[in-house]
Design a protein around this ligand. Sequence first.
Ligand code: ZN
Length: 349
Amino acid sequence: MTNKRFIVNTDYLYLYIKMNISGVKILYQLKKNGIEVIPIIVSVPSSLKTVNFFLYKTEDSLTLIDAGFDNDECWNAIQNVLHDHGWSVQDINRILLTHHHIDHVGLVNRIVNDHPIPVYAHSLAIPRLKREEDFLSMRIEFFSKLYQEMGCKEQGEKQIAYLQKALQKNKDKKIEAAICKIEGNQLFDFDVIYVPGHAPDQIAFYQKECGWLFGGDLLLEHVSSNALVEPDADGIRMLTVYDHYHSLKRVLGIGAELVLPGHGKLIEDPKAAAQMRMDEVEQKADKFLKLIQAGSTTAAEVAKAYYNETYLKEFPLVMSRVIGHLDYLEVIGKVRREMIDGVWHYSAD
Ligand SMILES: [Zn+2]
């Protein structure tokens, strides 16, 4: 089955081809101002639905924005798309990374091993991509202290044991290529917009003339992107949900026409999508506030009361959500906390 839909504005051709070949595979092609973007969209068996990365072609260069998972599906997908356009991996001039997560950097080693090209990322991505031991040990210490102080007790200790094992197991997953630290707010054709929240190093690449925002996991259409608790370079907890909220607000402000996200469909109404996710932050914060007003005092108590058995099943994610929203409530002055016997206790008026 093949559907084709053409939307033609005066200077804007948006060719949208939907194909169904062995499952669902969606191909888009975007052309504007002599620039072409070819999304590479690979189905994944999770709520994320797809992992997306993008070839960005100008008259004299070919840029890869993000690099999928390190698996054969993603590798075959990029090879096929390159081949369809008469290109090969050797034609890629550079890689830009929106953030360090494994579903965005997977093919970097495969590409750069044979074809050494510059790889660009935010400075906070580098110790994570390089799996720097000092940094990763500091990160485990950070979580150990955090879970104790949030009242997680044995569930926190289990997670720390898991992180320590993973530290050994994932040693070979480091990115071998030299990473160029992105400095300033301009890189090639793009405004570089720092949009932390989902990840501490997340940046969005905005092609202003075309109105295209390569947003990584800042904004997804079909699912809210999680603001994951992380330390900054000095081991200080970032205000992830607060940051995420303000990163979304920034998207509302720049007036992008189209968001090209890391997962799911391209977002044709970024303002509505961003506003919906911001509303969700406020609604969830409000629910946690009500639990505190009703007598839950620690983050672990709020997590158990709100998430029930999911607290055990998805512990790090659940704690990220609760801690992130409690930080948000604290910054906007709705809750306070005090340390009692090494554990933070929250209260509200
Ligand atoms: Zn991510």
